[in-house]
Write a protein that binds this ligand. Sequence first.
Ligand SMILES: [Zn+2]
Length: 739
Amino acid sequence: VQLLGKNIRIKKNNRKLILLFIFLFIFVVLLVGRLVKLQILDNVFYAQKAASQQLSVSITQPARGTIYDCNLTPLAESATMWDVTVSPSNIKTDTLRNSIADNLSKILKIDRQTLYNEINNKSGYVVLTKKIEKSVADQIQKYISSKKIGCISLVVDSKRIYPFGNFAAQLIGFTGTDNQGLGGIEAEYDSVLKGTAGSVVTAKNATAGNMPYDIGKNIPAQDGSNLVLTIDEFVQNSLEENLKKALQENHVSNRVTGIVMNVNTGEILGMATEPDFDPNNPFVVSDTTAKQKLSTFTGDALKQATTLALETQWRNKAISDPYEPGSVFKIIVAAGALEEGTVHENDMFFDPGSIKIADKTFPCWLAGGHGAQTFLQGFENSCNVVFIEVGRSLGALNFFKYFSDFGFTQKTGIDLPGEANSIYIHESDLGPVQLASCSFGQSNKLTAIQLITAVAASANGGYLVQPYVVKDETDSSGNVIKSFGTTVKRQVISSATSKEIDNLLEKEVSEGTGKNAYVAGYRIGGKTGTAQKLDASDPNGTVTSFVGVAPCDDPQYAVLFLMDDPHNPVSDFGGVIAAPVVGSIMADILPHLGVQPKYTQAELAKMNIKAPNLKGKSVADVTNLLKSQGLQLTKIGNGETVTSQIPAAGDPLPKNGRIVIYTGDAKAANTISVPDLIGKTPQQVNQVLSDAGLNVDFSGTAINDSTVKAYLQDHTPGSKVTPGTVITVKFRNEKINVQ
Ligand SMILES: [Zn+2]
């Protein structure tokens, strides 16, 4: 009997299959009864007894579909496993029972006595162990065959494997012990992925195992479909890496969340929240802080706290947790007011430091106010007073019209479970005071997916598209069964207004409070946000965020990043701590996505060169060559010929950098301790690294002057490196105190 194939005949004690079993059992009983009546002319009682003992319905399990990223990298796949079942009532002798206990306890590494107790009874069906690997199943099969034992069965099962561990955990979700989808795409598309079980009716021989007994009612299993996502493994990975760094660096109390979206199609290329979990072990609390908290509980309190911690780690907060957008929302107010013509870029405003609406005084975030400024400047300054006036000019009716048209009163309809709606002030409650606070991004709580979708609409020519994560459903050969495309819900603003928004966003990064999102070679636009949380439980908490769009002359991608309650000792302002994260993600993903950089002369002047190949050359030649290229030289060893070099040939090197050559028997060794560069200006960093015999790379840095300070270095202080190593340092302006 071939038992280890994919569609072998199996028996499964599955609650979901009981109904099917009963149905087929009745069918079999009736059929056999009929046969008996017609052909054997025996009594019905005997026929039923024979059927219950010798015929059984086996279920053939379908394979669960694979989940791929947009380039067909598998993100979730199923491996075949086996369950071991025994029918104790069919063990007729003590000798056989002892033999089974001896052999199976060894193969399965289960205590012999425990195993013996399990099979020493009259029950019809016992699951000894679940999800064993093929090598173990083969050993059991060998034992069954050699002794011709019919009371042990190997039942095909499968195990879901997530090859990248924590990767996109909340988005992909996970499966339960019966391979049912329990979260994310696994749950949303469970009916598509799981396939349909088949069945085979077999006659059972107590000593020789299953014997095929074709009664013409075999139904083959249908494997589940595969899903191809819009998620790009490279983009998701960059997003997660940047999120993890930000979570740690900014001492974020609750969570960091990010989304990367194609603004024209609605495709989600990346969606992540940190901390996350491992879908291979979803019932393990993954985050160390959460784990530490759990260790303070016992008994029922521990159970409750564990449930809460698991639910928290599984929740896709990018779509489920509304938050305060703060100044990022000013994009939407600007779009509405520009579209209605109640404000123009060059309209003049005056901010004396506060504005009184009805009986409430709203201060600008800048003490003393911004004074006279155009609307464009007011946007760059993120001036609350300007936006309160713009909101007033728009009026409650129109404000709510755009709030609604940009999609904030409804869920986006993204194809993921657990999407929440926003928490907002309805039109009928929008008095002058409420309108004022809503106009600068307070009072309403929106989800990250709602916000990035609205920003996409404001930037892409005005079209509100539906975000989505599943692109194609395919069969096991990769043929597309069903494709999901772009859904445009409506045009919210004209393309002309959208161009004005792109211009505002670009100016914000090139000149305004978003300059820390700068990426050399790319026209990035964006807006910062820093909002007081509305939660009574966290009255001092803030949400710091940044949304970026690129490239501004033809917007294609948006990146939204938010930190729920950061505690960075330097600053809590979005322009300082959130903008660089979006810049860093853009710098990674835009070249990958085929967006070509266009460098300015100033950027070209700062760019790295590639280290020339010096190996085998004479020291005299190398000295002349490097001098002519404006590079510095350190020679180690007493030989006349270069044997190796740092940086290696082809590696990036700053224009006036240093190459260390090794001659004779001298070998590169980690002899230099990397200095601590955090908080230093570019000039200071240059000096410190040069003195240490190291190179610095600040090619991606926004402004090379004394207003910026180092906040990230790619080699930790104190680590040992070889002379000549290039240390990449990231800088940001820390004086952007703008909400
Ligand atoms: Zn102001």
